[in-house]
Design a protein around this ligand. Structure first.
Ligand code: HEC
Length: 148
């Protein structure tokens, strides 16, 4: 390569980099403008899609309380079974002693606390906000009883 050729190829490279920089800094943000709303609603959709399947289905299944407290088995069968029967999202499976033993070892109060406030993928009150404290406790006792 002659000096002149070297010089011109360096010029071409410099121009290429400059153009790329302009594209990234100016054109790309411009092309994103006005897409803000689309992006936001797309992420809402994504959130809906990654929700535990059960949370959506459960809402149909929950038996509305008619004033009388529901017993643990009823609540388990309408709310908790959605995840705990199959172990969805890492839920300890109903009756799986090995999965429950370390949790049971933390004590009933701790388990009830997790069930009340939620824990990781476990929604507060299993996602059924209308459960009374007594109903929730009955459901926890029922679930724990199955694994003893
Ligand atoms: C949407 C799915 C889902 C539903 C519905 C659900 N659980 Fe869970 N549950 C989980 C998951 C996931 C965990 C494991 C949480 C962890 O330790 O990461 C869990 C854990 C638990 C634990 C153990 C908490 C601990 O401290 O180790 C208890 C107790 C429990 N659930 C009770 C219930 C009861 C009672 C119901 C019904 C009222 C219920 N769950 C409904 C997903 C669910």
């Amino acid at each position: 390569m002659t000096n002149k050729q070297q010089h011109s190829s360096r010029t071409i490279m410099t121009i290429t980099i400059a153009v790329a920089a302009v594209l990234v800094v100016i054109v790309w943000p411009l092309s994103m403008m006005g897409k803000g709303d689309v992006a936001a609603s797309a992420s809402d959709d994504a959130e809906l899609r990654i929700q535990p399947v059960a949370r959506v289905e459960m809402q149909k299944a929950v038996v509305k309380s008619d004033g009388k407290p529901r017993d643990g088995a009823t609540i388990y069968n309408t709310v908790c079974t959605a995840c705990h029967a199959t172990g969805v999202a890492g839920a300890p499976k109903t009756g799986d002693k090995a999965a429950w033993a370390p949790r049971i070892a933390t004590g009933n109060a701790a388990l009830l606390m997790s069930a009340t406030n939620g824990k990781n993928a476990m929604p507060a009150r299993g996602g059924a906000a209308d459960l009374s404290d007594a109903e929730l406790k009955a459901a926890v006792d029922y679930l724990v009883g199955k694994a003893k």
